[in-house]
Design a protein around this ligand. Structure first.
Ligand code: NAP
Ligand code: MG
Length: 486
């Protein structure tokens, strides 16, 4: 049975409201393209109201600003309890609106519990320092919330992104306006209701569903927004940085995906490397920013690896995300289906060898066969651009030196991995590869406890980890004259 849809409006100043224009847009189930619900469509007028509410809630005398930090911890921890209480429903809703297979939805929602509690626990550990400056002066720092934050979410992992961005901003003491991705507004709305149930004061969280070109642009250009945190495409990331510089110099955190290299050395344990390489690129039908979408395999094991990779890909069960046996669901929407199929065509045209998959499955929903290209060359489009689909690209290499240079020959720098039994290979690769996250003999192992973010075109700043709240704080230095003698 389909999960019940409880919230479809905008959430502004503690009220569920229609948009000012009265417009709505449909949100879909990627399994069959059917309409799930009509959702209020916000634009600039609604963003203006939401930012004004967040600004009021950020006033120095507001309930939120006067609240003890330990109380912020309690509210956010209560939110974690509520997410746990409703985890089955949230997982079903995520899967229904996003096409994520239930197994993965359970894993992600489960990991959110950890993430929310960890980030919440940082709220009362924000400390400045005392500084031994020269002269008869006393100097110390205060770390203070930056202000109203605009949080722009992607559609690929909506609950995880909400948990990471919203809870970090709130732990820091900021107020927020959230714009969920147009494709996946439903879990963000439900989680907002849980934050209110947990006791978040009026105006601290506001959610405006809508399109990037209208609501997103209004948020990134708003003079009362102090910071934008965004996860999504490289192209939009660049627009956001321009918008941030256009008026009030907003702070920005950007997570912009990648073209992550995974290297399989000739001394790797293939029983480990083959399934991890598949897991790294086929998980969530390839719709993850850290997908291992350039797989460099050593020439000595190239043919053997390919045979095993094809065999492995054939074990992937593509089907209805509700079915517990499915390990791959549909792409998010028609446009992403077409985009991925376009890359597959391009791969064939440019001379890569298709060894398995390559076709759409059926005519309803947005399913694509797990696809493997071999003999991929570095200058082919499929080796350069983020595909965001179930497409494994296998490239051949001969030496570690060579593969490090080739791995780094990209504007991206989010993640990288190596499978090897030689610790020197592991250390050399980890040191020289240009990526914010590096895995050795594993892949996709992320944790809220460790910083996450990209080098180069993959982003700006880091999320998660002990320092994550700093991205939502300003540092203020206070210096006071001391009496010369006492
Ligand atoms: P996108 O356009 O970058 O969307 C991400 C978010 O930004 C959405 O909420 C979107 O609104 C909003 N947005 C779009 N244009 C904006 C603008 N000018 N100003 C402010 N906000 C704006 O990504 P997409 O179109 O969904 O997917 C395109 C590609 O992005 C994918 O093929 C994939 O390569 C990449 N991607 C990467 C990640 C990641 O984890 N790094 C996640 C998702 C997608 P809408 O609701 O209107 O889209
Ligand atoms: Mg979009």
């Amino acid at each position: 049975m389909a999960p019940q849809i409880k919230y479809t409006k905008l959430f502004i100043d503690n009220e569920w409201v229609d948009s000012q224009s009265g417009k709505t847009f449909d949100t879909y189930n990627p399994h069959d393209g059917s309409v799930i619900a009509s959702v209020a469509e916000g634009d600039k007028a609604d963003i203006d109201l939401a930012v004004a509410a967040a600004k009021r809630a950020f006033h120095r005398n507001s309930e939120w600003r006067l609240m003890d930090a330990s109380q912020r911890v309690r509210i956010l921890t209560k939110f974690a309890d509520l997410v746990k209480r409703d985890s089955e429903y949230i997982a079903e809703l995520e899967s229904y609106n996003n096409g994520m297979v239930m197994n993965l939805a359970h894993r992600f929602i489960g990991s959110c519990d950890n993430s929310i509690r960890y980030i919440a626990s940082l709220a009362d550990k924000i400390q400045g320092s005392t500084i031994p400056v020269d002269g008869d002066l006393f100097s110390y720092t205060l770390k203070q919330p930056v202000g109203v934050c605009g949080l722009i979410l992607p559609w690929n992992v909506p609950v995880l992104m909400f948990a990471s961005k919203v809870i970090t901003a709130l732990a820091a003491g900021c107020t927020v306006v959230v714009k969920p991705a147009e494709q996946t507004p439903l879990t963000a709305l439900y989680l907002t209701a849980l934050l209110v149930e947990a006791g978040l004061p009026k105006g601290v969280i506001n959610v405006v569903n809508g399109y990037g070109e209208t609501a997103g642009v209004a948020l990134t250009h708003h003079p009362d927004v102090a910071k934008i945190s965004f996860t999504g495409s490289h192209e939009v990331g660049k627009l956001i940085q321009q918008a941030a510089g256009a008026n009030n110099l907003k702070r920005v955190t950007l997570e912009l995906g990648g073209k992550s290299p995974l290297v399989i050395m000739d001394d790797a344990d293939l029983n480990q490397a083959v399934p991890f390489a598949a897991f790294g690129v086929f998980t969530h039908q390839g719709q993850i920013c850290i997908a291992a979408s350039r797989l460099y395999v050593h020439s000595k094991i190239y043919d053997k690896f390919i045979a095993a990779a094809i065999e492995y890909a054939k074990t992937i069960k593509v089907g209805d995300p509700k079915d517990p046996k499915s390990t791959q669901g549909p792409q998010i929407d028609k446009s992403m289906l077409e985009k991925v199929m376009g890359y597959i065509e391009k791969g064939k045209q440019e001379g890569a060898k298709l060894v398995t998959g390559g076709k759409r499955i059926g005519n309803t929903g947005y399913y694509i066969e797990p696809t493997i290209f071999v003999d991929v060359k570095d200058d082919m489009t499929i080796a350069k651009e983020e595909i965001f689909g179930p497409v494994q690209n296998i490239l051949k290499f001969d030496t570690l030196e060579e593969v490090i240079d080739r791995a780094n020959a990209t504007d991206f720098g989010l993640a990288a991995g190596i499978f090897t039994s030689n610790v020197e290979n592991a250390l050399q690769f980890s040191k020289h590869v240009e990526a914010g996250v590096v895995w050795v003999n594993t892949y996709l192992a992320t944790s809220v406890h460790a910083p996450f973010g990209g080098f180069k075109g993959s982003g700006l700043g880091r999320e998660n980890g002990f320092d994550c709240v700093n991205a939502y704080l300003e540092v203020k230095t206070v210096t006071m004259a001391l009496p010369k003698k006492c």
